[in-house]
Design a protein around this ligand. Structure first.
Ligand SMILES: [Zn+2]
Length: 158
């Protein structure tokens, strides 16, 4: 245990995902030894992220406007929807430059042990979207990330 504010910093850093006690201590001492201007830049970015970043009203990807860049792009194919768990999955798929459709970000995966069920995820919004946009077929994903194929509307007999 360190004295005072340095321990508070270590504790706060340790609450971040993937940061264990040793990493938290290493980052805290890095910050202590950093130039003030570098630390101020980090503080400013943290403040701006909380101020500016929200979730796209269409696909729930991170965005700085009501809709994310992908949803606003008229060149994206609206007939194909890729359903992913997190925004980081969108980034990974975008890096491949293979996918030209749109996304739906669920905001996690169903995990009863963590108390995460369908209600905690954007599944209702996905169903609404699929109904509105008349997706006629879905296919199972090769990984936990789900892909849904969307086609032109097909009118079914009642
Ligand atoms: Zn979007």
């Amino acid at each position: 245990m360190y004295e005072g504010i340095i321990q508070e910093l270590i504790d706060e850093l340790g609450r971040l995902p993937g940061i264990g006690p040793k990493s938290a201590q290493r980052i805290a001492f890095h910050i202590v030894q950093s130039e003030r201007v570098d630390v101020n830049r980090l503080v400013e970015v943290l403040r701006l992220v909380k101020e500016r970043v929200k979730f796209c009203t269409q696909c729930f990807n991170v965005a700085e406007e009501d809709e994310c860049k992908i949803c606003r792009d008229p060149r994206r194919d609206p007939s194909v929807l890729c359903v992913v768990e997190e925004s980081k999955d969108v980034v990974a798929i975008e890096k491949t430059r293979e996918f030209r459709g749109k996304y739906h970000v669920l905001g996690g995966a169903i995990s009863p042990i963590d108390g995460i069920g369908p209600e905690q995820l954007k599944i209702r919004e996905l169903l609404t979207r699929l109904a509105d946009e008349r997706i006629m077929r879905s296919s199972s994903p090769p990984t936990p990330t789900l892909r849904v194929k969307r086609r032109q509307p097909i009118w079914l007999a009642p």
